[in-house]
Design a protein around this ligand. Structure first.
Ligand code: AHR
Length: 499
């Protein structure tokens, strides 16, 4: 029941990529309406943005936000959401069986991004639409002026172009649930032609082709290969989406979800590099992990709307996260950081109310879910280079992944000599002592140490008890003679800042 880690600043994976700390705002449920946007709310600013949510977004340490979907984008007409609000049409949103009022659209999103201090990432509709509409959106968003669509943006109050660099070429088009679902070859051709035309406008865009909507899709692997065979020369990234839950009561496997994320990333990297090899290309395709989180099919259904009525901003998949879920989220961030050499972007899906770290009540308060904390601390502490960590750990048995190390860890080290270490104990019942060998670093002092754990791993936060679950100072952590010693409680996540 003890583990050890060796950290050596000489062995680095890649610089910490700030875009690892992206999230996602979809027109779905209450993510936009009564989530980030609620005119009339006590904290609403002149744009109708909830200032309490803006503040929490900044505290969360978000770097980038993907928008406007998700499944929603595959039936979306972006032009419905710009121009005078009173003239904007109400439309059926087939993806989430609700009514879209279009009171929030691209111009509002860009204003919100500036206030939240995040970079926008836009998705274009390649479900019901194609190359022309993607070009129109790009011209409206990014062209300086002197053309119909760029001047229209100016008339709407934005003379400065939005300069959006990151673009998703559709969403989950491998999924039969997707409006405009396609075969890999059909989608690969469309992605290639859309990308090629978008680059005629702006060569330096960062373009993301859709990978599989999960590694459990029957087409996983062949989808990536076929899409990239068609589009390799025109796109920069391939997307990954993964959601983990504990619906079947297999807690051991659930706590080890990051093992699946590790394998998923490695497989997609291998698939992309295989196509690169086939094409004799010197170009490398990286990963945009633009949807990831814990998501419970079963638990979330409790807060779903009836489904047979067309409502505005109905409650959809408002998962209430517990301590164990937060530990898994912390571990998934460890996996993403460990893959910083190939993961260019990652987006926690989503930001507010819909499987989200931030919850709100209409007209009421906003609060942090337990999953908020590992994200916020990792974003704040990770800096410099990601280190290649050598870990030796007791193993635990899982039904889904076989034997896996109980302790997983990653570390970052910056030029100023600041070290951050992130650790997780995935054992459901056994505390584990850990010794971290820091003798190869210049570190002499623990600046901060936080652990998220609880006697009740099912404890949650709520509007009336918003801080029931928060990280606490790590008990008994010591640093002497270059050796850091601590005990990781069962089902726990720990973040340490040292210098
Ligand atoms: O994030 C919720 C949904 O999950 C997204 O709309 C879709 O892309 C994915 O299936």
């Amino acid at each position: 029941t003890s583990a050890s880690l060796v950290l050596d600043p000489a062995f680095t994976i890649a610089p910490v990529n700030r875009r690892t700390f992206g999230t996602f705002v979809e027109h779905m449920g209450r993510c936009v309406y009564t989530g980030i946007y609620e005119p009339g709310h006590a904290t609403a600013d002149e744009d109708g943005f909830r200032k309490d949510v803006l503040e929490l977004t900044r505290e969360l340490g978000v770097s980038l936000v993907r928008y406007p979907g998700g499944n929603f984008v595959s039936g979306y007409r972006w032009e419905d959401g710009v121009g005078p609000r009173e003239g904007r049409p109400r439309r059926l949103d087939l993806a989430w069986h609700s009514v879209e009022t279009n009171q929030f659209g691209l111009d509002e999103f860009i204003r919100w991004c500036a206030k939240a201090d995040v970079e926008p990432m836009m998705a274009v509709n390649l479900g019901t639409r194609g190359v022309q509409e993607a070009l129109d959106l790009l011209e409206y968003a990014n062209h300086p002026g002197g053309t119909a669509l760029s001047d229209l943006r100016g008339q709407h109050g934005a003379t400065t172009p939005y300069g959006i660099t990151w673009w998703c070429l559709g969403n989950e088009l491998d999924g039969p649930w997707q409006i405009g679902h396609k075969t890999a070859t059909e989608y690969g051709r469309l992605a290639a032609e859309t990308a090629r035309a978008m680059r005629m406008v702006e060569p330096d865009l960062q373009l993301v082709a859709c990978g599989s909507s999960s590694s459990r899709m029957p087409t996983f692997g062949t989808w990536e290969r076929e899409v990239l065979r068609e589009s390799y020369d025109f796109v920069d990234h391939i997307s990954c989406h993964a959601y983990y839950g504990n619906d079947d009561g297999d807690t051991a496997s659930f706590l080890a979800s990051a093992v699946d994320m590790d394998r998923f990333i490695d497989s997609v990297v291998a698939s992309a590099d295989h196509v690169g090899a086939e094409l004799k290309s010197r170009k490398r395709i990286d990963i945009s992990f633009d949807e990831w989180n814990v998501w419970y099919g079963e638990r979330s259904r409790r807060t779903d709307g009836p489904g047979d009525q067309w409502e505005v901003a109905p409650r959809r998949i408002e998962d209430e996260y517990n301590v164990a879920d937060a530990v898994v989220v912390g571990n998934l961030l460890i996996s993403l950081l460990r893959h910083s050499d190939r993961v260019a972007v990652a987006c926690l899906a989503q930001l507010a109310n819909v499987i989200a770290p931030i919850m709100t009540e209409p007209g009421g308060p906003a609060w942090r879910q337990p999953t908020f904390h590992p994200f916020a601390l990792t974003s704040r502490l990770a800096a410099g280079d990601v280190l290649r960590v050598e870990t030796s750990s007791p193993l635990i048995e899982t039904a889904k992944f076989g034997e896996v190390p109980a302790v997983d860890a990653v570390a970052t080290y910056d030029e100023g000599g600041k070290l951050a270490v992130f650790l997780v104990n995935r054992s459901a019942d056994t505390p584990i002592e850990v010794e971290v060998d820091l003798t190869r670093t210049a570190v002499a002092e623990i600046l901060e140490a936080h652990t998220l754990t609880d006697a009740d791993p099912l404890a949650v936060n709520s509007a009336t008890n918003p801080d029931r679950v928060t990280p606490r100072p790590t008990e008994g952590v010591q640093l002497a003679d270059g050796r850091l010693k601590l005990t990781l409680p069962a089902i726990s996540w720990t973040a340490l800042g040292l210098a």
